[in-house]
Design a binder for this molecule. Structure first.
Ligand code: PBG
Length: 327
């Protein structure tokens, strides 16, 4: 057979397949979400996210230990406050759940990298991501409280803040406030292209942050739009974002790729709760091989161009990388 080009030559054995991998992964690129519940003592499994737990302030250290044991050295924190109000004021309380969690973690594990989610939806009694004016979220009024919240996280010792609210102008507002208070070296990870997605369902159940009325389509992006993501990223980059995020991950690989090609900032992807819960459910039903689907999904996100991945599988993926099954 006269076949000069035989792609199978590079697939003949494990050694050469590994030699030729185009996508390399490292536990350094994985970020693990940790839920801290102010009203909880100990750790409690989360019904909507099998394998994940809520942690009380007394045992956030346990969550960190579990990360470190797997080689994961960075987390993103989400808080469940004891009280909520119309303005989400527990979000910027110096003694709020996140502020206390950050202090506790950084005191015990100064090298563990702590990113905080900056949003109001877990802290407002109506569950929307900002201050309401009638039934809509008032953009400009919300900026001020987001900036206050981000500042309180930085003051508590957060290494990086990650606004996830999708208000216009919030990166500039947060950057300005952080700089004014001497936190010019605290990076901002912007949830820049965050879609109004049904994939957040299990998270909202876990965080108690589902909107009491309406939905988030007035501020999060329409899934039909790809170019609009570039506009959002360009704005956030111009306002001083250090890292751009695309969220969810698997259904938006085209957006990840487009952002990675267009911008010279790192692109972070968030493999969200619904992505995780679907794999767990299909695996529990005996329909898929959970480990292999987990690995393949994560590889695809990095192949698309992501530089970091936030995932509920961070610990298991770090192990898979160490074993050489991926990366
Ligand atoms: C807060 C926030 C959400 C998620 C991250 N930050 C929920 C939402 O926007 O409704 C979703 C994460 C996930 O589904 O895993 N605004």
């Amino acid at each position: 057979m006269d076949l000069t080009i035989r792609p199978r030559r590079l697939r003949g054995n494990e050694r050469i397949r590994r030699l030729c991998r185009e996508t390399r992964m490292s536990p350094d690129s994985l970020i693990y979400p940790i839920f801290v519940d102010e009203g909880l003592i100990g750790a409690r499994p989360i019904d909507s996210l099998p394998g994940q737990c809520h942690y009380g302030l007394d045992c956030v250290g346990q969550a960190v230990e579990e990360c470190l044991a797997h080689g994961v050295k960075q987390c993103i924190l989400f808080g469940l406050p004891g009280k909520k109000d119309a303005h989400g004021s527990p979000a910027w309380d110096k003694k709020g759940v996140i502020q206390r969690a950050v202090r506790a973690i950084k005191a015990q594990y100064p090298d563990f990298y702590v990113i905080t989610d900056v949003c109001l939806c877990e802290y407002t009694d109506h569950g929307h991501c900002g201050i309401l004016c009638g039934e809509t979220v008032d953009n400009d009024k919300t900026l001020e409280v987001l900036a206050k919240t981000a500042l309180s996280h930085a003051q508590a010792g957060a290494d990086m803040v990650a606004p996830s609210d999708m208000m216009d102008g919030r990166i500039a507002a947060i950057r300005g406030t952080l700089d004014k208070h001497g936190f010019e070296n605290t990076p901002i990870l912007s949830y820049a292209a965050k879609y109004a997605s049904a994939f957040y369902g299990p998270f909202r159940a876990a965080a108690g942050s589902a909107p009491a009325f309406g939905d988030r389509r007035g501020y999060q992006m329409d899934p039909h739009n790809g170019r609009e993501a570039l506009k959002e990223c360009a704005l956030d980059a111009a306002e001083g974002a250090d890292i751009l995020m695309v969220k969810p991950a698997l259904a938006y690989l085209d957006v990840i790729r487009a952002c990675a090609e267009r911008f010279d900032l790192p692109v972070c992807a968030y493999s969200v709760s619904g992505e995780y819960a679907m794999v767990k459910a299909a695996a529990a039903a005996g329909l898929i091989d959970e480990y292999r689907v987990m690995c393949e999904s994560a590889v695809s996100v990095f192949r698309a161009g992501a530089n970091q991945l936030i995932t509920y599988y961070a610990k298991e993926l770090a192990q898979a990388i160490k074993k050489g099954d991926i990366g």
